[in-house]
Design a protein. Structure first.
Length: 230
């Protein structure tokens, strides 16, 4: 079944970023995550973008071009709902509900990623170049084929260049200095960070081959800057 899911999401440039058995985990066994017969999911599959493979699909979409708010979230919902319908699953999203679904907790349960030194989750294969777009709650238990525990990825990095790459030292204290980062982006929208993506993120050697293409990186940096100033 996981191979079927992987093929379905790959049609849209997405990948399976991890999966796990739900068992009795309270963060999944919630009233809104149940079917009309009262049953709860038995497996969760985390789906997202890794690198810029999905960017061509998204950049040519109606949502990207229509000028309406939240284009990426709307695209993700359309794709997620379509795939869930095909697979008799339920799509859940890291946006649009309050409180939000705990995708980072679920990422821990999937054992493929962990918090990095600069806060963003780092994936064993894709490094910092991935993002969760939706989860597929499944009625059945899956053969998850989980890897060995990922271990401490950042501790194995001797030079840890991510901590010193930021031009405004937003990670100097190992806590993200949001204000300094956002101010830098809004005051100089032609800076290297705004044009090509976060320099600390780009300094990480893990998954470097998956770094976002410039248009993709610029899209996310602009979205972050807008969220800070709005």
């Amino acid at each position: 079944m996981l191979e079927t899911i992987a093929r379905a999401v790959a049609e849209h440039g997405l990948v399976v970023l991890g999966s796990f058995d739900v068992r009795e985990d309270e963060s999944v066994s919630l009233p809104e995550l149940s079917w009309s017969d009262g049953s709860f999911p038995r497996s969760m599959v985390l789906v997202g973008a890794a690198g810029s493979t999905f960017w061509q699909n998204y950049a040519g979409s109606v949502e990207f071009c229509d000028g309406l708010p939240d284009p990426l979230d709307r695209w993700s919902r359309r794709i997620g709902d379509t795939i869930a319908s095909r697979l008799d699953a339920m799509a859940v999203y890291p946006f649009g509900v309050d409180p939000p679904h705990p995708f980072l907790r679920w990422a821990h349960l999937a054992r493929e990623s962990q918090p990095s030194l600069i806060g963003m989750f780092i994936h064993r294969e894709f490094g910092l170049w991935h993002a969760y777009r939706f989860g597929l709650a499944m009625r059945q238990r899956l053969d998850h084929q989980q890897s060995e525990p990922v271990g401490d990825i950042c501790a194995r990095c001797v030079s840890q260049p991510c901590l010193s790459a930021c031009p405004v030292d937003a990670f100097a204290s190992r806590a993200f200095g949001v204000r300094g980062c956002a101010t830098h982006l809004t005051e100089d929208d032609a800076c290297e960070c705004a044009a090509g993506g976060c320099l600390s993120r780009r300094a990480c050697p893990v998954g470097a081959q998956y770094r976002y293409v410039p248009d993709h990186a610029r899209f996310h940096m602009q979205a972050f800057a807008r969220s800070w100033t709005s």
